[in-house]
Design a protein around this ligand. Structure first.
Ligand code: HEC
Length: 216
């Protein structure tokens, strides 16, 4: 009976992929059986548990899935365009408030309403933040770009990446700069003749900037 058990264990171990681990475990098992250190009789149940256990190990370490392919530099560039608070990552290009108004009324107004104030989705414009930034206690206060966002550059990053919601990534940098200029202007953060580009946008100071700081 012992010989049969050892034989079965070896067959199992050699069929499985991660042979080193499995064979080491089989070896220990066999040794334990030979030296009689196992108090219980090792029969088919033990073998069954062993197979399940071994299969699990090989499922955790498949080595290679053979799925997908290495991304091309263009594919990486299409995703790798995050913009940091200091403006790192902003592309060349520029946009004006007036141009932004045109694009907004074509592509954004349906979801964010006239001048960014009436929805049905997120309100983008508004400066009221209560007496002391009361968003936590006053549910009627709406968080907007003008009263809540600490960095102007985030607006570029967000619009470029995520808007318009049904066609994310479809806007070119000039269009995004223009929309940023328009939304900042509606929020009374930049003047009517503002031109936004990689140099001017990071210098825009947001009203809520000082409300965000690191915990001591
Ligand atoms: C089909 C509807 C739709 C369209 C069109 C759309 N948006 Fe949005 N937008 C949303 C929704 C929904 C959210 C909230 C997403 C979330 O919180 O995950 C949002 C969020 C935003 C936010 C963040 C608001 C905040 O305070 O968190 C900005 C900024 C924004 N959109 C700008 C734009 C601009 C600019 C356009 C036009 C180019 C646009 N959106 C077009 C649906 C839309």
């Amino acid at each position: 009976m012992n010989t049969l058990r050892i034989f079965l264990l070896l067959i199992t171990c050699c069929k499985l992929k991660s042979r080193n681990v499995i064979c080491a475990k089989a070896g220990i098992s066999i040794m334990l059986q030979i030296f009689g250190r196992f108090p219980v009789k090792l029969g088919m149940t033990h073998l069954f548990i062993f197979i399940i256990y071994s299969t699990n190990i090989s499922a955790q370490n498949p080595g290679k899935f053979n799925l997908g392919s290495a991304p091309t530099p263009e594919e990486i560039a299409a995703w790798d365009k995050d913009v940091k608070p200091n403006g790192d990552g902003l592309p060349p290009g520029e946009g004006s408030v007036l141009k932004g108004l045109e694009i907004y009324n074509l592509k954004c107004i349906g979801c964010h309403g006239y001048e960014g104030q009436y929805g049905p989705y997120d309100q983008l414009v508004g400066r009221d933040s209560g007496k002391d930034f009361d968003f936590g206690i006053d549910r009627n206060l709406k968080r907007t770009v003008g009263n809540y966002w600490p960095y102007a550059t985030t607006l570029f990053d967000y619009i470029q990446r995520a808007m318009p919601q049904l066609e994310p990534g479809s806007l070119n940098p000039d269009e995004v700069y223009s929309l940023v200029a328009y939304i900042l202007n509606l929020n009374k953060v930049v003047p009517n003749d503002a031109v936004m580009n990689a140099t001017t946008l990071p210098t825009v100071e947001m009203p809520a900037k000082k409300k965000f700081f690191m915990n001591e």
